[in-house]
Design a binder for this molecule. Sequence first.
Ligand code: FRU
Length: 480
Amino acid sequence: MQEIPSYGDWIQKEQAARELFQKKYPLEKDPFRQKFHLMPPVGYINDSNGLCFFRGIYHVYHQYCPFSPWGEGGKLWGHYETENFVTWRRRPPAGAPDTPWDRDGMYSGSALPQEDGIRFYYTGNVKESGDFDYIHEGREHNLIGAFSKDGKLLERKVLLMRNSDYPGDVTLHVRDPKVWREKGKYYMVLGARSDKDKGLVLLYSSGDGLKWKVEGRFFSAKHLGYMWECPDMFRLGKKRILLFCPQGLRPEEERFQNGDTCGYAVISRDFRLGGDIGAFEELDRGFDFYAAQTFSGTGERRILLGWMGLPNPYENPTVAYGWQHCLSLPRELSFRKGKLWQEPLQELEALRKPGGCGTLFKGEKLLLPADCFEVLLYPEEEKFHAAFRQDAELVYDGERLTLRLGESGFGRKERSCRLPEKINCLRIFSDVSSLEIFVNGEVFSTRLFETHSGSKPMLRMISGSCRWELYPLCPFEWEE
Ligand code: FRU
């Protein structure tokens, strides 16, 4: 029998990993550390998990592996707290693989705030050692429930379902529960891979949040990947959205360039019936976005936070500094003009330092702050071509917006999106090694890794002209 470390053992290991990495990779030498994005202190970060608002605090949990920049050695739930998305506290990991049902990783899951605390649901990963394909044999994906009175520690883990409880035609890949309450019942979506290598989402219901019954399933009649990860279901006004991440897509001219993607379908009939999802839309148009999850905080608004990274073989130059990836900025969702519409969360305006504005005509340049800034561009002509930072470019031909990266893309060159409606404003958030460009409800998210050749960072109008507003941004503030 493999010995399973206790939570306390994991916390010690995490601390030791941080100390070791910090000695090996002095922070001040790292040219890529982000200033207003959540990133791992050391090692690997992926999916945002358990997003919730409880007693005035927003909790952001995430997949966290402090032991290696490739995510090897155990997945814990990292934990951040904030009241305003600008001042943050990094908490000790809220959970670690310390039971026989999650001993090879506390995988992704969700949170459900209640009167007396927060309920959690996540996938416990178990991998046997041996000669297995790990699809049909050699692994377990268990549904685990847990509870926390204040969000700090996931306690009282209980095994709620194991692979033999899931439908007979799915493989061992069944994970990432997202649970919500509606009309006095609990519902849950779970991502899965069928035995015919097709992605699907299983829908469950429950009266008590403990005993679950399959209600139906969502699938796509058209080819849409072999596995669907990280599902989420929520309402925006009258629309019901199913969000998920299909893996193994065939790149098309304008879609699915990343192979694995995050996107959504609008479910227009009674959701409990499941069925063919119909049209699927991508959520992000850049190089780095995946595993997004939503939650509602104060009021009705729906906030989305994703991972600025991708699962399949992908390596950032930050590996040389002992870490990889970060989370996206929080976005507020609405349904407008027939699509999911994304805007930066209003709270982010508090990061702005006093700014300036003006107009930039063809051939003119504007000096930018080194890396952390927000720039709003209001194009004055139907077409434009602008260059900024070391070698990023934005080209709009009246129909399609293209983001190009030079060397700073580390091999990633170009992504584009059809934007047939007039562009009023492009809002660009630039951090040390990332860009998020909000335009007409769409977002282009990408990491970029500049070599800092010494030249001054500029915004240059190659063609067209635009009005601009520029704000240097403050880094996140950190509290103990
Ligand atoms: C998505 C994912 C999830 C899984 C987690 C493991 O990136 O593969 O399906 O729960 O990451 O870290």
